[in-house]
Design a protein around this ligand. Structure first.
Ligand code: PLP
Length: 396
């Protein structure tokens, strides 16, 4: 795999905003092709919602790669971030996230492709390695031989985590004489967001979604995916309405993240109000990051059985759960009452043809703690003992 020269789509440089204000040094100049196909499929969903006037389509960014450990939205961001890491001759990649972070697992997987060492700072409830359950994404990190650094659940990125990553970077330089490259949580910086500028271009250029889609739904965890899509949509004439459902923090946090990224690219004198780029829903957070209710898990299972599409419990499952509830005029979570954008969601839709971006994360379903409370897993009423002579249990 080699470094390829990168130029953003024509509409990006052609836009009057770019011609007047663009900070060219912020635009990546290289990328590496990590996706193993030209574009990810868009399918019409066969899922029955009460309010039948809506059509839901799904963009399969969970299938950015045929290998399970590489899949998901992060691969698109890593095409740009790893290009920069390799250009800087990095031998070590440092990043951070939750214990079951899809992003960290994708970083571990791509590092292995390039024979780089991955160092993952993971927020954990315990500082005792013997108490860790090794499953889901964390298991893949173990199989790939990543180094894992446990940090407090509440650790702040800038003050605690980045600070520790920089200490590690310095120690690697001092002790091994090798370079390290730090990727922020979720790969959500200005370089990473070009993954979703390109994804947007794929959807309008190759898949002509403007002919059949009115609204785009995307999950936000660190905000990079939504920022790329929102900036691209604005620069191509706002053909769609973008709705971002957050699974942590709150809507203000993500509005600010988008504004910061926009200003990184174009400065603060454009007079453009990025608040109009996206409609952010926060009631999808539910009980909080990576915490699920029975209802959300039941929905995920029901959705899987009806559509054959497996969502994930932390990101896409919560988003689809909230989306379907809102379309059906139901209140997904008690947070609904603190979220005016949720109350006005239906009236804010541009039309009735909705594209849901499936950003992946299915390995999160293999976090065994997650489904232990799901009723079928608890009662095991679909399991029959047929050991030895025990044949009376054999029945349809
Ligand atoms: C499966 C999945 N979907 C969506 C997201 C959200 O993407 P972003 O971090 O760019 O907001 C993430 C990561 O946070 C993820 O792992």
């Amino acid at each position: 795999m080699k470094l390829i020269n990168y130029k953003p789509p024509k509409w990006f440089f052609g836009h009057k905003l770019a011609q007047k204000f663009l900070h060219r040094q912020k635009v990546p100049t290289k990328f590496i092709k990590l996706l193993d196909q030209e574009d990810t499929q868009i399918q019409k969903l066969d899922y029955k919602i009460k309010n039948t006037k809506y059509e839901i389509y799904i963009k399969r960014d969970d299938q950015t790669h045929r290998d399970i450990h590489l899949q998901g939205n992060k691969l698109r961001k890593l095409e740009f971030l790893f290009a920069e890491a390799l250009s800087q001759n990095a031998k070590h990649i440092l990043t951070a996230g939750g214990l079951q972070s899809n992003h960290c697992r994708a970083v571990a997987a791509v590092s292995k492709l390039f024979n780089l060492d991955s160092h993952l700072f993971l927020r954990s409830n315990t500082n005792d390695p013997s108490k860790l359950n090794i499953n889901g994404n964390l298991l893949i990190n173990f199989l790939l031989d990543s180094k894992i650094y446990l940090i407090e659940k509440r650790a702040q990125y800038l003050s605690d985590i980045e600070y520790k990553m920089k200490i590690l970077k310095d120690k690697i330089k001092q002790n091994l004489g090798e370079e390290s490259y730090i990727i922020p949580i979720g790969g959500s910086n200005t370089i990473g967001l070009f993954g979703y500028i390109e994804q947007f271009n794929e959807m309008i250029d190759k898949q002509n979604i403007d002919e059949f889609i009115s609204d785009i739904i995307v999950t936000s965890g660190s905000g990079g995916t939504m920022s790329g899509l929102a900036i691209a949509n604005y620069m191509t004439g706002s053909k769609f309405k973008i709705h971002s459902f957050c699974v942590c923090d709150n809507s203000n946090y993500f509005y600010n993240h988008l504004e910061k990224e926009f200003q990184n690219l174009f400065g603060s004198d454009t007079g453009v109000d990025t608040r109009n780029f996206v409609n952010i829903i926060q009631c999808s957070r539910g009980l909080g990051y990576a915490k699920s209710t029975q209802d959300e898990l039941n929905f995920l299972v029901d959705f899987f059985r009806q559509t054959n599409v497996l969502l994930d419990p932390v990101y896409t499952g919560k988003t689809m759960y909230s989306l379907v509830n809102l379309l059906n005029d139901e209140k997904p979570t008690s947070d609904y009452f603190n979220d005016p954008n949720a109350e006005n969601f239906v009236s804010n839709l541009k039309g009735n043809r909705i594209l849901f971006i499936h950003t992946g994360g299915q390995l999160g379903n293999f976090d065994v703690d997650k489904f232990s409370e799901f009723s079928l897993c608890k009662t095991k009423s679909n399991v029959f003992n047929c050991f030895g002579d025990n044949v009376f249990n054999i029945r349809p």
